[in-house]
Design a protein. Structure first.
Length: 304
């Protein structure tokens, strides 16, 4: 039995007329009659009751029609799915987020827009430290990672920068700098402070960049502690052990224990929000995400 036999049978069942069914199928009536008779012979049952010029389904034919339609529908669905998959319109993407990257409003907005644009692509999401996410990318455990870190230490991993975000100064609530009148600070104002640095295992570049910026204005920042995640640095600031320079979007963390101050326009520091991915990735769904991210970012920059 072939799929065409099922299509012939369904057409005849719907038209209840051999000639009309043949016209619908685009074939001649005699070959259609022969195919239906051959199908009945193969099944060993009468599928139709023939009454003069009209034919009707037999009880066995009604049972077979339900299954035949289901089979044809499944075949059409399978064809559609594989075509969508080949076009990158269906499949799955495993996304990774660092905690600080997930705090920026652009991140959930981008993911939501992608889901609306490609509803048949399934998204799996996990959170982790940048170093862990880069290793997961290299090991093909995830496909894309939102990160603040440089990918230079990781062979085979590329990145595209979505935007640069201003950084702010996180200060313990009762610290003298928390109550300055104009609400802005420069790097020079921080020369006597203890810094809480955060740095990934392979180096995120943020700590080094900050040290270089401090050197430009004539001092080396005093390190009170080094942690591996921005969230950890903010918790330490909340405990009153030092200050930290963090992305502006992190201001929602520890609002009752930490005061966030902006930099003077002449001292503004920025940090990137980037998408990291495998250079050799051939998944069309990944390419869809990267393309949409580029378009989305252009719109975001215009609106914000």
């Amino acid at each position: 039995m072939e799929l065409r036999h099922l299509r012939y049978f369904v057409a005849v069942a719907q038209e209840e007329h051999m000639t009309r069914a043949a016209a619908k199928l685009g074939i001649q009536q005699p070959p259609l009659t022969q195919q239906i008779q051959a199908l009945e012979k193969e099944l060993g049952v009468k599928l139709f009751l023939r009454k003069s010029r009209r034919i009707q389904l037999s009880p066995a034919g009604r049972v077979f029609l339900t299954d035949a339609q289901a089979i044809l529908a499944n075949v059409e669905h399978a064809i559609l799915r594989v075509r969508r998959f080949e076009l990158g319109e269906e499949g799955n993407i495993r996304l990774g987020f660092t905690s600080s990257a997930s705090m920026h409003q652009m991140t959930p907005d981008l993911v939501r827009t992608f889901r609306q644009t490609y509803p048949l692509i399934l998204l799996d999401i996990e959170e982790g430290a940048a170093h862990d996410l880069m290793n997961a990318l290299a090991q093909e455990k995830i496909d894309i990672a939102f990160s603040r870190s440089s990918v230079k230490p990781y062979p085979g991993i590329a990145s595209v920068e979505l935007l640069k975000e201003d950084m702010v100064i996180a200060i313990p609530m009762n610290h003298p700098l928390s109550s300055i009148p104009n609400g802005v600070l420069s790097l020079k104002d921080l020369r006597e402070e203890n810094f809480i640095f955060y740095q990934q295992v392979n180096g995120s570049g943020i700590k080094e960049s900050l040290i270089n910026e401090c050197a430009k204005v004539g001092f080396e920042p005093k390190s009170a502690q080094v942690v591996y995640r921005i969230m950890g640095a903010l918790h330490i600031v909340a405990s009153g052990l030092g200050i930290a320079i963090v992305p502006k979007s992190m201001q929602a963390i520890q609002p009752e224990s930490v005061v966030y101050k902006t930099f003077h326009p002449n001292s503004v520091l920025t940090v990137p929000l980037s998408l990291a991915y495998r250079e050799n990735s051939s998944k069309l769904a990944v390419q869809r995400f990267l393309t949409l991210a580029n378009e989305f970012t252009n719109d975001w920059r215009t609106k914000h």
